[in-house]
Design a protein. Structure first.
Length: 329
C-alpha cells in the first residue's frame, strides 16, 4: 500500500503510516500537473490546499481515499472521487485555535499599522510614530461572518481578551450556540456590516458562490472599519477591495486567503495601501500541523484496512446512502 502526498506534512504522519506498512511518497513539485504525472499507483492521497482535480483522480486507478489536510475541500473534485468509488475526508476543527489566533493577530496588526511601522523603522523613518493612525480595539464591535468553531474561538479571544462587543451572522447556526458564547446574533448581513468596526470572514462555501464582500457591501461598512478574511479567498472581490482601500474608505484590511493562490506578481491587490497579506498561514503552527497530519494518517490507515474513517465528505445529500467497497457510509 502506498500514500502519495502532494505537499509537505508533519513527519509524525510519515512515521505513523510507515509503521503500519504504508509506504509514503511526495510529489516532486507541489503543483497539479506534477501530481497528475506522478500519482500513479497510489492507494491514498493526502493533499493540502492544492486539492486534487478530476484529471489527477482519473490518473490513479488504485486510489481509495483522498484525505484533505484541512477543512475546505473546494479544490478536491469530490463528485469525480465518488464516481470512482474513492472516499474523501477532511479534518474539521483540528486547526481552529491556530486560525483563530491568526485572525486576532491580523486584526491587531491592521489596527495598529504594525507592518507599516516595521517597514518605517527599517527605512530609517522613526518619525512614523508621529503620523501613525492606530486605533484601539477595546470597546469596538466585531462582526463575524460565519459562526463555526474558528469564529467562536475568535469571539472568545476578542470578547474576553480585548473587551470587544461581538455580533455574528450565520444562518445555519442555532440561536443557542450564539447564547453559549455570549455573542449577539443578527439575521441580516447588511445590518452587521453597517454596525461593526471590524468584519472577520469565517464562512465556507463553493468557488462558484458570489463574493460576500464587493463594492455594494463594502459601501455599507463604517468609514475606517477593518476587514479580515481567513475564510475563503473567493468571499472577497479583490478589485472592489483594492478600490475601497485606495479611496481610504477602510482603515485597513488583512487577508490570509486570496481568489488565486499564489497571486500573480502584477496583481493590483499587491500594490494597494493599508493591506496586510499572508500566504494562507491560518493553520500553520507546529501544533496544528501535527494534529492535521496525524488525523489524515489515521484516515488513510483506516480506509486501507477496510474501516470507515472519521470525517467523510460527501458530494450530495443522497450520497449518504451509498456504500464503498461494502463499507456503509
Amino acid at each position: 500500500m502506498e500514500c502519495f502526498i502532494t505537499q509537505p506534512v508533519h513527519e509524525a504522519a510519515i512515521t505513523f503510516l510507515n509503521s503500519h506498512g504504508i509506504a509514503t511518497r511526495y510529489a516532486s513539485n507541489p503543483d497539479m500537473q506534477t501530481v497528475i504525472g506522478e500519482i500513479g499507483s497510489a492507494d491514498a492521497v493526502i493533499t493540502r490546499d492544492l486539492g486534487l482535480n478530476r484529471q489527477a483522480i482519473l490518473a490513479a486507478p488504485n486510489l481509495k481515499i483522498i484525505s484533505c489536510h484541512g477543512t475546505g475541500t473546494n479544490r478536491i473534485d469530490v463528485s469525480t472521487a465518488y464516481e470512482r468509488n474513492v472516499l474523501v475526508t477532511n479534518t474539521p476543527g483540528a486547526n481552529s485555535q491556530s486560525v483563530a489566533e491568526l485572525t486576532v493577530g491580523l486584526m491587531l496588526a491592521s489596527a495598529r499599522t504594525i507592518c507599516e511601522a516595521d517597514q518605517a523603522v527599517r527605512e530609517g523613518n522613526w518619525a512614523f510614530r508621529y503620523v501613525a493612525q492606530g486605533v484601539e480595539l477595546h470597546g469596538k464591535t466585531l462582526g463575524l461572518i460565519g459562526f463555526g468553531a474558528i469564529a467562536q474561538k475568535v469571539a472568545t479571544i476578542a470578547g474576553k481578551g480585548l473587551g470587544m462587543r461581538c455580533i455574528a451572522w450565520s444562518p445555519s447556526v442555532p440561536a443557542t450556540i450564539f447564547a453559549e458564547h455570549g455573542v449577539e446574533q443578527t439575521h441580516n448581513l447588511e445590518d452587521l456590516l453597517r454596525t461593526v468596526d471590524v468584519v472577520s470572514i469565517h464562512r465556507s462555501g463553493k468557488t462558484t458562490d458570489r463574493p460576500l464582500i464587493n463594492s455594494t457591501t463594502l459601501a455599507l461598512m463604517r468609514p475606517r472599519a477593518i476587514l479580515v478574511n481567513v475564510g475563503r479567498g473567493f468571499s472577497v472581490e479583490s478589485t472592489d477591495l483594492a478600490r475601497a482601500l485606495e479611496q481610504g474608505h477602510l482603515h485597513g484590511a488583512a487577508l490570509d486567503v486570496l481568489p488565486q493562490e499564489p497571486p500573480a506578481m502584477d496583481a493590483p491587490l499587491l500594490k494597494v495601501p493599508s493591506l496586510i497579506l499572508t500566504p494562507h498561514l491560518g493553520g500553520t503552527t507546529l501544533e496544528a500541523l501535527k494534529r492535521l497530519a496525524l488525523i489524515c494518517a489515521h484516515q488513510v490507515r483506516d480506509v486501507l484496512a477496510g474501516k470507515k474513517p472519521d470525517h467523510l465528505v460527501l458530494p450530495l445529500p443522497h450520497e449518504h446512502t451509498r456504500t464503498h467497497a461494502g463499507m456503509p457510509l
